[in-house]
Design a protein around this ligand. Structure first.
Ligand code: C2E
Ligand code: CA
Ligand code: CA
Length: 324
């Protein structure tokens, strides 16, 4: 096919003029704007990474510990380590915000290594009995890293004197997306005495197949399901199903975000072995946690339970905390 176009020379001149004097400068301006926008975005991205790095070197991170109550032992049987970031200007950044950002910007592994160092320092001040459960949150990306096992082994060796039961808390997302390599790693660590918990159960994915293939010890019921226990009349079908599923799979159960005596009562009645939430204790910095351990760790939850139960029955349900 041949296409031939003929135009008068004057028209051609005008068209060239339009292209040179209008379109070309416009294209240049748009390109410059695009480059500036890209540079700005890149800088912002870099600066957040830098901020996280600076935060680590300037010691702006610390670890809070939230006690976990064992319903059988009727005392504090463990604690979860939760990272906190207070910037030099005194501003606190919410953990869900900076953890998500660290995950997005490939900083979660250095940040978790930093957390492990901080925990190692903190526990030197603890006076606890052997087999205290120490819960650590592990991100999906770290689980896939070839150094993962080495990091956990190193940590376990550095705190070996305390004879903790280290529990790695993994989200469903990290288990779903990964294949046999991760299963192998977890199996290896479990053989070395490290426990594995599935965190925020029921909030991530709908597939349950991983429950059969992954080596797990604990199932942590997300606060969203615990919250459904509000009154005697209301049914809690999903929560009940999760609890019986965990029992069938021989997994120990931790209920998260327990805030009311009614929730505590319901959960213990249904065979939930571990309770974590503001009703028992809020997360505390290391100083408060060591004081709390000294005065409250061996206390039964029953007296508070009776108190709170009376409150709730009178319709004055308030979350209680025994944090120091
Ligand atoms: P998570 O692992 O589910 O941790 C429990 C969260 O629930 C904590 O929030 C805790 O303060 C809060 N919580 C505990 N009991 C109650 C309660 O009774 N009521 C209410 N309303 N909340 C309660 P936090 O510390 O803000 O942490 C948020 C999330 O950030 C964590 O959720 C975890 O996913 C992530 N995170 C925190 N520290 C780390 C860390 O060191 N590494 C990783 N990978 N993630 C972390
Ligand atoms: Ca957790
Ligand atoms: Ca959780």
């Amino acid at each position: 096919i041949a296409v031939s176009i003929t135009a008068p020379a004057a028209e051609m001149g005008k068209a060239w003029q339009f292209a040179f004097l209008t379109l070309l400068p416009l294209a240049l301006v748009l390109s410059a704007l695009f480059i500036l926008a890209a540079l700005y975005w890149q800088k912002r991205k870099l600066s957040f990474q830098d901020e996280l790095r600076r935060g680590i070197t300037n010691n702006e991170f610390s670890v809070y510990y939230q006690p976990v109550y064992g319903t059988e032992a009727q005392r504090c049987t463990g604690a979860e380590a939760l990272l906190r970031w207070r910037r030099a200007d005194g501003q606190w950044i919410r953990p869900d915000v900076f953890i998500a950002a660290a995950e997005a910007e490939n900083m979660i592994i250095p940040l978790t290594r930093h957390l492990l160092k901080l925990v190692e320092e903190d526990v030197t001040r603890w006076h606890i009995e052997p087999n205290f459960h120490l819960g650590l949150n592990v991100a999906a990306e770290h689980l896939q890293d070839s150094e993962f096992i080495a990091d956990i082994r190193q940590f376990a060796a550095n705190v070996a004197a305390h004879r903790f039961l280290i529990t790695l808390e993994l989200t469903e997302r990290s288990l779903i997306s990964e294949g046999p390599e991760v299963v192998q790693r977890l199996q290896q660590l479990r053989q070395e005495g490290i426990h594995v918990a599935i965190d925020d159960f029921g909030t991530g994915h709908c597939s349950l197949s991983y429950l059969q293939s992954f080596p797990l010890d604990y199932l942590k019921i997300d606060q969203g399901f615990v919250r459904t226990i509000s009154s005697q009349e209301e049914e809690t079908p999903i929560l009940d199903t999760i609890i019986s599923l965990a029992h069938r799979l021989n997994l120990k159960i931790v209920a998260e975000g327990v805030e009311t005596a009614r929730q505590l009562h319901y959960l213990t009645q249904h065979g939930v072995g571990y309770i974590q939430g503001f009703l028992y204790a809020k997360p505390m910095d290391n100083e408060n946690f060591t004081v709390w351990q000294h005065y409250h760790a061996k206390r039964k939850l029953t007296s508070g339970e009776e108190h709170a139960l009376t409150d709730s029955l009178e319709g004055k349900e308030t979350p209680k905390s025994t944090s120091a």
